[in-house]
Design a binder for this molecule. Structure first.
Ligand SMILES: [Ca+2]
Ligand SMILES: [Ca+2]
Ligand SMILES: [Ca+2]
Ligand SMILES: [Ca+2]
Length: 513
């Protein structure tokens, strides 16, 4: 036993010796050693000092920057040793590029395996951040705003990047106002990029844009992403028709599209509303598109428009989606099931707890996740509750609800015609995403036989955390990201499920190592 303890301590010491912690502060100086007491003054100086596994802490305050911050390919981390560039604790570093020359980018990432977290990037002369020839990076809890082109753009073969809980808003490209999107995996972008929990609003062109030139047959996945109010400037004025104003623009080539380019899109639990043009827009994409549990509301041209015939063997799948106050224009090739515009559903304002669009821009939760709001959530008694087909994703009650937000109540009624009383409550884990341990809270209202289990998204059991009979009360369980054999599991989305008698409640969590 002593030997084991010794080995663990030895390993911790080794990690501390191996990996540097480098500090940058607004009152720092690049002639300093980069410690917390004597920080560097610029981020590029800190970047030049990093090795794989190192962490750069950026202290709070506004950094006025006019040169592009470039992370070169030679400065890449590795799969096991990411290089981290993050705000220090809860401090808020604002990288203000407002005085940069028009056409210059803010942060240019040409590296792999970086984790960039909790930075605010504003006012760049072009993209706030571009990932250019960079793969396997994680961009988390960053905000990109008032940049003079797209907030965050991925291109030139950039693949397998994860964009988690980021916001991109009020980006606009004068004088044309034709190109500034919130997020753009576009042009020659690579495959496998993944957006989770991101919001994009008030950008002069599109919320997301997957327009291709120089790439074909690539895949992008968006989950829990919201986009609204695009096609306008920050002050609400419309700069003209070149400002396209679509929510999720899913790609394809130029309007002639003689190349028949394919940008396969998977959109899960995504929301588009109040855009000047279309909410979910095919543009010229002839690849596969899969929209599951999405919600479109009050987009001016159409909530959904996907009509152009796809390439052979490509499919358009739309299931469990909601449209309210806007049109749905789909080609007859669409594979559809239980969407709100199909019989027997009737959608009106009474189906929703709130239609207050202002709630969507509320502050994020402490762990960076989306705000917990009533907007577009279903009201009790709606015919859209429990009305969807199971799609392998978590749901409450008798079945999945339609739209992006699964309600906690069920359509099930007891013999007296009342809703089933709440017997238990499974809370969202925290932190989420997590990289070492996460906490799951739940409550029981009476003595119950319970199982708390973790599944992968293929429905395979990963870990049984609890199988027990427990009294009424509040419980807290910590999970260390290991499976039933004690193996560390890989990064990704997992489901955790509380089973109480014959009832289950399931939620999603994300491991991001
Ligand atoms: Ca445009
Ligand atoms: Ca665009
Ligand atoms: Ca209804
Ligand atoms: Ca349900």
């Amino acid at each position: 036993m002593k030997k084991v303890v010794f080995l663990i301590c030895y390993q911790l010491i080794l990690i501390n010796l191996l990996y540097a912690q480098i500090y940058v502060a607004t009152d720092g100086d690049d002639t300093n050693p980069g410690t917390i007491e004597q920080p560097f003054g610029t981020i590029p100086m800190a970047i030049s000092a990093t090795m794989p596994g190192d962490t750069i802490y950026v202290r709070g305050g506004t950094y006025e920057i006019t040169s592009t911050i470039t992370i070169s390919a030679a400065k890449s981390g590795t799969e096991d040793q990411l290089i981290t560039l993050t705000a220090f604790n809860d401090e808020i570093p604002i990288l203000d590029f407002s005085n940069q020359a028009f056409g210059s980018k803010g942060i240019s990432i040409r590296s792999n395996y970086w984790h960039i977290k909790a930075l605010q990037v504003k006012g760049a002369g072009d993209n706030g951040m571009e990932i250019n020839f960079g793969s396997n990076n994680i961009i988390e809890q960053c905000a990109f705003y008032e940049n003079r082109d797209t907030g965050l753009q991925l291109s030139n073969g950039s693949a397998d990047n994860r964009i988690i809980n980021c916001d991109s808003y009020f980006n606009a490209d004068p004088p044309d106002y034709a190109d500034a999107d919130g997020f753009a995996p576009k042009l020659a972008v690579g495959s496998g990029n993944y957006f989770y929990g991101c919001r994009s609003w008030g950008n002069c062109d599109d919320g997301w844009d997957g327009y291709l030139r120089g790439a074909d047959d690539v895949m992008t996945t968006l989950e829990n992403c919201w986009t609204w109010g695009n096609g306008y400037l920050k002050d609400g004025t419309d700069p003209g028709p070149d400002a396209n104003g679509n929510g999720f623009k899913m790609g394809g080539g130029d309007s002639g599209n003689s190349q028949q380019l394919m940008h396969h899109n998977i959109l899960i639990n995504c929301v588009a509303f109040n855009n000047k043009n279309k909410g979910f827009d095919q543009n010229n994409n002839v690849g596969s598109m899969t929209l599951l549990n999405c919600t479109g509301y009050n987009n001016q041209t159409a909530n959904y428009r996907i009509q152009r015939v796809l390439n052979p063997e490509q499919t358009l799948t739309i299931k469990n989606c909601v449209s309210y106050d806007g049109s749905v224009q789909l080609g007859s090739f669409a594979i559809q099931e239980t969407n709100s515009w199909l019989p027997p559903f009737v959608v009106n304002a009474d189906d929703f707890l709130s239609l207050d669009i202002n709630l969507a821009a509320e502050s994020r939760q402490a762990d960076g996740s989306l705000p917990d709001i009533d907007f577009l959530h279903l009201a009790q008694g709606s015919d859209l509750i429990d009305a969807g087909v199971p799609l392998g994703m978590p749901f409450n009650g008798e079945g999945p609800d339609l739209g992006a937000f699964e309600s906690s109540y069920s359509s099930r009624v007891d013999i007296a015609g009342r809703m089933e009383p709440e017997l238990f409550q499974l809370e969202q884990n925290y932190p989420n995403p997590f990289n070492s341990t996460t906490v799951i809270d739940y409550k029981l209202s009476k003595l119950s036989e319970i199982d708390l289990m973790i599944f992968n998204t293929n429905g395979q059991l990963v870990r049984t955390l609890i199988t027990d009979s427990q009294n009424a009360g509040a419980y807290e369980v910590t999970w260390n990201g290991r499976d039933d054999r004690g193996q560390q599991i890989s990064s990704g989305v997992y489901l955790y499920q509380l089973k109480v008698g014959s009832l289950v409640q399931t939620r999603k969590l994300m491991l991001a190592k």
